[in-house]
Design a protein around this ligand. Structure first.
Ligand SMILES: *Cc1c(COP(=O)(O)O)cnc(C)c1O
Length: 380
């Protein structure tokens, strides 16, 4: 089955054996009747499993070319479950230019439990190997990175992981399986904030993990059930519905992203535009190889790098909404230094390029003309 068919039908056989409804029913129930102890129809308690969540989970597995999908109450809950595979003393090598909430979870929660994190520039994937020792258990990759749009070579990271018998997890939130499928490139775990492109309509907070290996799936399922950070049936339904249009939304996000990246690059008030589709992007060749297109996430810096200039621009935008998050049908603008990355110390964030005037756009699927007019009036 091709991707555009999988988004709609993947894992969706026999979703309603009772009446044949085309959409999976929302099983808004915490428990299931049993005829005799243990005599149930596959579900006994909704933390352990729920048919609406199960329909979503098998769809997630299908679109990422995995075997097992697991849905969580948020992206961070999904990451939390991955780190719980580890033990005190274990080490993780993570991308340095990282979603702020992931950095906070790693450093403020899990370092306290004795897990050590190395934050490493991975634009040259060979750099990962310098940090590997016999305590290393996991490599955590985000690509494209947030918000600097660095591209990390997943295949190269996977071959290092295999060589040292270490797990490779890829946060695929920005790219989505429309653009890249990390399991096909050798990753062991794919993670999503389904809050973003998978849900696609800015109305749900959810996370997901997808794996191929049965043993790994069993361990993650054990954590999902034992720690309990699951999502509810209503939200499962909404994300399943969102995924049905993922491919056509992504196509438009990419088209609009290209037009806007080019417009920004031509504006004399802009110093630099970060978007992997530009030929002079340092890892453009890897982006071209591992991604189908370049996505709708763009960051830029204004000339003079003045904090207040950036604040004025995001305040003036009218079609773009000033808001955290990304990946919805509507265009959003954010100021990482004061918003998504405020939890990373200034010194740390500036090392990776998150300077005072950096603005991040999540380009939506509106008409590109209106988006450009909006940017013109805000930037001047
Ligand atoms: C939003 C986001 C997360 C966290 O997901 P939540 O659903 O907000 O918990 C993780 N990684 C990336 C890249 C994100 O954009």
């Amino acid at each position: 089955m091709k991707f555009n068919t999988k988004t709609i039908h993947g894992g969706q056989h026999n979703v309603d054996p009772a009446y044949g409804s085309v959409m999976p029913p929302i099983y808004q129930t915490s428990t299931y009747s049993q005829t005799t102890p243990g005599g149930h129809k596959g579900f006994e308690y909704s933390r352990s499993g729920n048919p609406t969540r199960a329909a979503l989970e098998s769809n997630l597995a299908s679109i990422e070319n995995g075997e097992y999908g697991l849905a969580f109450g948020s992206g961070l809950a999904a990451i939390d479950a991955v780190i719980k595979l580890l033990n005190p003393g274990d080490e993780v090598i993570s991308t340095n230019d990282l979603y702020g909430g992931s950095y906070r979870l790693f450093t403020k929660i899990f370092e306290g439990f004795g897990i050590k994190f190395h934050f490493v520039g991975m634009s040259n994937a060979a750099n990962i190997e310098n940090f590997i020792n016999d305590k290393t258990k996991l490599i955590w990759v985000e690509t494209p990175t947030n918000p600097m749009m660095n591209i990390i070579d997943i295949k190269a990271a996977a071959s290092i992981a295999k060589k040292h018998n270490v797990l490779l997890a890829v946060d695929n939130t920005f790219a989505t399986p429309y653009l890249q499928t990390p399991l096909d490139l050798g990753a062991d775990i794919v993670m999503h904030s389904a809050t973003k492109y998978l849900g696609g309509h800015s109305d749900v907070v959810m996370g997901a993990l997808i794996v191929k290996d049965q043993e790994l799936a069993k361990k993650l399922y054990f954590i999902q059930n034992a720690s309990g950070a699951i999502c509810g049936p209503q939200d499962s339904f909404l994300v399943l519905r969102g995924i049905k249009t993922l491919h056509i939304r992504m196509q438009r996000h990419c088209e609009n992203g290209k037009v806007i990246a080019k417009y920004l690059a031509s504006n004399p008030k802009i110093e630099k535009v970060y978007w992997p589709g530009f030929e002079d992007h340092p890892n453009h060749d890897i982006a071209k190889e591992q991604m189908k297109d370049f996505g709708g996430m763009i960051s830029f810096v204004t000339k003079g790098n003045n904090y207040n200039d950036a604040i004025k621009i995001v305040e003036k935008l009218k079609v773009f909404t000033l808001a955290e998050s990304l990946g919805g049908v509507e265009s959003l603008a954010g100021h990482p230094a004061s918003m998504t990355h405020a939890s990373i110390p200034k010194e740390e964030r500036e090392k990776t390029g998150v300077v005072d005037s950096l603005i991040r756009l999540s380009v939506g699927i509106e008409d590109a003309f209106d988006l450009i007019e909006d940017l013109k009036q805000a930037i001047g």
